[in-house]
Write a protein that binds this ligand. Structure first.
Ligand code: SAH
Length: 263
């Protein structure tokens, strides 16, 4: 065999079993999860991912675990197995699907505002993964709206949702995905109990603050190079309190032209 091919094959085997797996789950993962993981069905792999996020303390509640088990991340990520690695993945158009631990963190932060019947807005909905989770949580009596400014991503997110456990909510009209500039929010279904922004804003857009219901919560990455995940609570008297949850790295909330530069 050609030496180059042999080296490439060895490198693949090495990365697969000794590098990719440990960075995703931590040190002694190989004892916890057998390598048969790689040959299991996608729902199984998704459950393993959720289990790991529980062990790391990212997922803290049954409610969030259940929704992340129900919505199979693999249906939202173009490339098979990479869906179940705790890392953001490119989805084209200079965008990424956020890492599973960020999805889990945001669902935990928003869960009280995603009760059945509530309204949720997902700005920069990308693959539609979180919009689908929101829709499962607010149910048929609630509303989950995704807004994304790349038409091709909206079209593929609709296909992703159709394959997922949230498809009946799309058909029933409680889940919708729209092409629009998310900095303007989506006034038609406002006010929202929960607003999630999946791209980093230099400053919190006023229309999003206006569309947040008194008693509601927004989770939004703010900053340019250095970013904080900010938790914005609107009190019942309309006043706003803001705290930083953690440092993050998201793609910018920007214009379509700026995002597509160089793509
Ligand atoms: N939560 C999504 C994140 C996708 S990345 C997921 O996990 O799949 C952020 C998304 O925000 C990208 O899809 C990008 O196209 C979108 N975006 C950036 N600026 C936007 C804007 N002004 N309006 C709407 N969407 C925007």
């Amino acid at each position: 065999m050609d030496a180059k091919i042999l080296v490439a094959l060895l490198a693949i085997v090495f990365l697969k079993f000794f590098w990719v797996v440990p960075i995703w789950t931590g040190g002694d993962l190989k004892n916890k999860i057998s390598w048969h993981f790689w040959t299991r069905g996608s729902a199984d792999k998704n459950n393993v991912l959720v289990e790991q996020l529980k062990q790391y303390g990212v997922i803290k509640t049954k409610k969030v675990a259940e929704v992340m088990e129900t919505i199979d991340r693999g249906l939202f990520v173009p490339d098979g197995n990479s869906a179940y690695i705790d890392s953001p993945m490119p989805i084209g158009y200079n965008a990424t699907i956020s890492a599973p631990h960020m999805h889990g963190t945001c669902l935990e932060l928003l869960k009280e505002h995603l009760q059945p019947g509530m309204h949720a807005l997902d700005v920069g909905s990308g693959t539609g993964y979180l919009t689908a989770c929101f829709a499962m949580m607010v149910g048929l009596q609630g509303r989950a709206v995704g807004v994304e400014h790349i038409p091709e991503l909206v079209a593929s997110s609709i296909e992703n949702v159709k394959r997922s456990a949230a498809s009946s909510l799309l058909n029933g009209g409680s889940l919708s995905l729209h092409v629009a500039d998310g900095r303007q929010g989506w006034p038609e279904q406002a006010p929202y109990d929960a607003i999630h922004v999946g791209a980093a804003a230099e400053k919190i857009p006023q229309p999003l603050l206006d569309q947040l219901k008194p008693g509601g919560r927004m989770v939004i990455p703010v900053g340019s190079f250095f970013q904080d995940l900010q938790v914005v609570d609107k009190k019942l008297d309309g006043s706003i309190s803001i705290r930083s949850e953690t440092s993050v790295r998201y793609v910018p909330l920007t214009s379509r032209a700026a995002q597509l530069q160089g793509f």
